[in-house]
Design a protein around this ligand. Structure first.
Ligand SMILES: NC(=O)c1ccc[n+]([C@@H]2O[C@H](COP(=O)([O-])OP(=O)(O)OC[C@H]3O[C@@H](n4cnc5c(N)ncnc54)[C@H](OP(=O)(O)O)[C@@H]3O)[C@@H](O)[C@H]2O)c1
Length: 277
């Protein structure tokens, strides 16, 4: 699998698995563990989760899925903004570690910006790093202005990633945030890279998918992954979806494909607030 290299030298696989909405119904638990396990069997080595997902239950599902192969898997989790104080973030991380049945989280993110000062959250993250409980830290849903502010707080430059909404139907980050992160070598993790589904039914994608002999989802993911320094974390519970998404790694979009996608899903013409839905 291709990788993006973080500022600390760690190579991170470009395609991972999301877990939002997992852990919400106990009747689905076994199927959700199975979906993640199948993803790992197909070659995925990164799982994205959060203390918020299923109020901790998604992290427990991740623990079951990675049991016996923890060292092979790059685990990303996130702290709620209301827990992101100097002490609160440390306690939240320890709870996540217990649910994940592991001794460290590979990348720990502030889920979105809340009322605790960034400097406090970063201090907690640096303590967690020093204690070996996280390998590195980052943020999520921070726009370019927030990222500039973060850069100015003590140890703020140790931010490894910003996880933000990015898909064909939502290209706002291309205006300022993406160039900022690419220049600073801060990895962008594209969440909802399939636009949660509806964009996949648009004819422009279907035509290009037929040309490449794959599903529209593989084109949508290959399009996100064409950007240097960007990885994608689609969520797929359906085994056919998982297999279809893996094909994204083999697709190389040519200039005609990119031009057709720009026509169907135009790039931004001006700056706008960061999209989160
Ligand atoms: N940091 C944040 O604030 C934030 C916010 C949102 C999401 N995230 C993370 O990003 C992950 C992905 O985002 P997301 O779950 O919002 O949306 P997404 O990955 O864009 O879309 C997921 C939806 O697409 C479907 N799907 C997957 N593969 C498909 C395929 N090949 N063909 C057709 N449909 C397909 C899935 O169905 P099935 O499940 O039935 O396969 C699911 O309904 C989340 O799970 C979470 O880990 C982070």
């Amino acid at each position: 699998m291709r990788t993006v290299t973080l500022n600390n030298g760690t190579a991170v696989p470009v395609l991972g698995l999301g877990t939002w909405r997992m852990g919400e119904r106990s009747s689905e638990r076994a199927a959700e563990v199975k979906a993640l396990t199948l993803g790992l069997e197909l070659g995925i080595r990164l799982i994205d989760t959060a203390e918020m997902y299923g109020e901790g239950k998604a992290e427990e599902i991740v623990a079951d899925a990675v049991a016996g192969r923890r060292d092979e898997i790059y685990i990303v989790s996130k702290v709620y903004p209301h827990n992101a104080s100097r002490k609160g973030a440390i306690a939240a991380c320890e709870r996540s570690l217990k649910r994940l049945k592991t001794d460290r989280i590979d990348l720990y993110l502030l889920h979105w910006r809340g009322s605790h000062p960034l400097s406090e959250t970063v201090e907690a993250f640096e303590t967690l790093k020093k204690d070996g409980k996280i390998k590195s830290w980052g943020v999520s849903n921070l726009d370019a202005d927030d990222m500039r502010e973060l850069e100015g707080v003590p140890a703020g430059k140790d931010c490894m990633s910003d996880q933000v909404l990015y898909h064909l139907g939502s290209r706002g980050i291309e205006w300022a945030l993406l160039p900022y992160c690419q220049k600073a070598k801060i990895m962008v993790m594209a969440y909802s890279p399939l636009g949660q589904g509806p964009i996949l039914r648009l004819p422009a994608l279907k035509i290009i998918a037929d040309k490449h002999g794959c599903e529209p989802a593989a084109i949508a993911l290959a399009w996100v992954l064409r950007q240097p320094g960007v990885i994608a974390i689609p969520k797929a519970s359906n085994p056919d979806h998982l297999r279809a998404n893996m094909k994204a790694l083999d697709v190389v979009l040519d200039a005609d494909d990119l031009a057709a996608l720009d026509t169907a899903f135009p790039p931004p013409k001006r700056g706008s607030p960061l999209d989160m839905t």
